[in-house]
Design a binder for this molecule. Structure first.
Ligand SMILES: Nc1nc2c(ncn2[C@@H]2O[C@H](COP(=O)(O)OP(=O)(O)O)[C@@H](O)[C@H]2O)c(=O)[nH]1
Ligand SMILES: [Mg+2]
Length: 232
């Protein structure tokens, strides 16, 4: 991708583009699609086909570094563990979404995290997002319970309202990126023997990702350009 396609923020950029593959997981109806589209376009769009499953490509800057997000928005419907595992295998980092007005969606969090641990290992970067904070009157999950759950599972936590705040949604992805980066750096330091080359192995080419996902999703790829400079 040409560097010139990045929004110009009047800042110097540093380093090559980093690509992070994020999988958005959670029960149907919690707002996964709304959240993903909000992140990518800044807009809140009320209703989506609940069976929609797609990968969104989004380029942005975080701390002056160009970052390419590839976000797999899962449908989360009647998902058996095996199908879910295939999608988890594809990702580098994960957002588990529940809805603060739906206790069942909160109970699902544990199962999803267990699957991530099982498939990718316990140190995989994960963040928990309690969505629909604007529906305070219908709240069924206390904020404290969300925090406790995140502590127990060893992941990040935030309560957000996708409907009312773009910035809260952006922070979820930004925070997850920070976790992923930290994790990747730690892994590099651990894996690099004194004699080995400091070169990082290249990330898989996008075509390979498409092939990888052919059997796991409906395979739609939406290349959505950044709308303005998100972090300017
Ligand atoms: N009140 C409120 N509704 C939301 C919010 N986020 C999503 N929704 C609504 O929740 C419903 C399900 O959203 P959707 O993104 O399709 O959920 P998904 O099945 O998890 O992808 C839609 O009617 C959205 O408009 C939010 O933050 N607040
Ligand atoms: Mg959806």
């Amino acid at each position: 991708m040409a560097a010139g396609r990045f929004p110009v923020c009047g800042r110097k950029t540093s380093g090559p583009t980093q690509t992070v593959k994020v999988v958005v997981l959670g029960q149907a109806g919690v707002g996964k699609t709304a959240m993903t589209v909000r992140f990518v376009t800044k807009r809140f769009i009320g209703d989506y086909d609940p069976t929609l499953e797609a990968i969104y490509h989004h380029r942005t800057f975080i701390d002056d570094n160009p970052v390419q997000f590839e976000v797999l928005d899962t449908a989360g419907q009647e998902e058996n563990s095996l199908a879910l595992e295939q999608k988890i295998r594809w990702g580098d980092a994960f957002v588990i979404v529940y809805s603060i007005n739906d206790i069942c969606s909160f109970e699902e969090v544990m199962r999803i995290k267990f699957l991530i641990n099982h498939t990718k290992g316990p140190n995989t970067p994960v963040t928990l997002a309690g969505n629909k904070r604007d529906l305070e009157l219908d709240r069924m999950v206390a904020r404290l319970d969300g925090e406790k759950m995140a502590d127990t599972l060893g992941c990040g936590f935030s309560e957000i309202t996708t409907k009312e705040s773009y910035i809260e949604v952006a922070r979820v992805f930004e925070g997850l990126y920070a976790r992923w980066k930290e994790q990747t750096l730690t892994k590099d330091v651990r894996c690099r023997s004194p004699k080995s080359s400091p070169k990082l192995s290249p990330r898989p080419h996008i075509r390979r990702v498409k092939n990888l996902l052919k059997s796991t999703t409906t395979g739609k790829h939406l290349d959505v350009p950044s709308f303005g400079a998100n972090f300017c």
